[in-house]
Design a protein around this ligand. Structure first.
Ligand code: ADP
Ligand code: MG
Length: 197
C-alpha cells in the first residue's frame, strides 16, 4: 500500500502544490491527469522519493521502478547487462526471460543503439518489471509515440501490469490513455494544485 499525504510544495516563493492525498493499493493503477505545468511530475517525484523538499509524508515500498518519457538506457552496455546492472539478484537467464516477454528474444547481446526506438522503449519496460516492483511509476510513458507504437506499448504495459500486479501511478495529460489503463483517475487542478473532489 502506497500512502501519499502532501501538505504543500513550494519552488522558492511559488506554491505549486496544496494538499494532495491519495492511497494506491497493490494491483491498482492510478492515473494522475491534468494540464501541462499543473504539477504532475512534481507529485510523481515526491512519490518516488526523488524530491524530499515538501511538506507532508509518503509511505512507499522499497521495490520501486520508474519509467520516464524517454528510455534511459546505458548505451555502452548490452540489453542483458542493462537489466543485470540495475536489478540485483537477477540472473542472466532471468534477464533473457524478461527480454523475451517484451519481444526482445535473442537480443540480449545487442547494444541499445542497435535497437529501434520501439525496442529501446520495450527494453526500458523490461528493466522496470525485472525488479518485481511493488510500486511502478510512469511519467507520460506514451507521449511522442506514433499511434501504432503507442498502442503496442500500452498493450504491453497492460500485460506486464496484469502479471506483476504492482501499485501503479502514472501521469498523463491524455485522458484516453488514463481511461484505458487506469482503475482510478485523479485530476490535478488549480494553483496551488490540489485533487479535484
Ligand atoms: P507537469 O508535470 O504537470 O507538466 P511540473 O510538475 O513539471 O508540471 O511543474 C509544475 C510547476 O512547477 C510548473 O509551473 C513548473 O514551472 C514548476 N517547476 C517544476 N520544477 C521546477 C523547479 N525545479 N524549479 C522551479 N519551478 C519548477
Ligand atoms: Mg511533467
Amino acid at each position: 500500500m502506497i500512502r501519499v499525504d502532501i501538505a504543500g510544495k513550494h519552488f522558492g516563493d511559488v506554491q505549486v502544490l496544496g494538499r494532495v492525498r491519495f492511497d494506491i493499493a497493490s494491483g491498482e493503477t492510478v492515473a494522475l491527469v491534468g494540464p501541462s505545468g499543473i504539477g504532475k511530475s512534481t507529485v510523481l517525484r515526491i512519490v518516488a522519493g526523488i524530491d524530499t523538499r515538501f511538506q507532508g509524508h509518503v509511505e512507499r515500498p522499497e521495490a520501486m521502478a520508474i519509467v520516464f518519457q524517454e528510455p534511459t538506457l546505458l548505451a555502452w552496455r548490452s540489453a542483458r547487462d542493462n537489466l543485470l546492472l540495475t536489478q540485483p539478484g537477477l540472473t542472466p537467464e532471468g534477464a533473457d526471460r524478461a527480454l523475451a516477454k517484451v519481444g526482445l528474444e535473442g537480443r540480449g547481446e545487442a547494444f541499445p543503439l542497435q535497437l529501434s526506438l520501439g525496442q529501446q522503449r520495450r527494453l526500458s519496460l523490461a528493466r522496470a518489471f525485472a525488479g518485481k516492483p511493488e510500486l511502478l511509476i510512469m511519467d507520460e510513458p506514451f507521449v511522442s509515440l506514433d499511434p501504432e507504437m503507442a498502442e503496442q506499448m500500452m498493450g504491453l504495459t497492460e500485460t506486464l501490469i496484469a502479471e506483476a500486479r504492482p501499485a501503479t501511478l502514472f501521469v498523463t495529460h491524455a485522458t484516453a490513455e488514463a481511461e484505458r489503463l487506469a482503475t482510478r483517475i485523479l485530476h490535478l487542478e488549480g494553483r496551488p494544485a490540489t485533487l479535484r473532489a
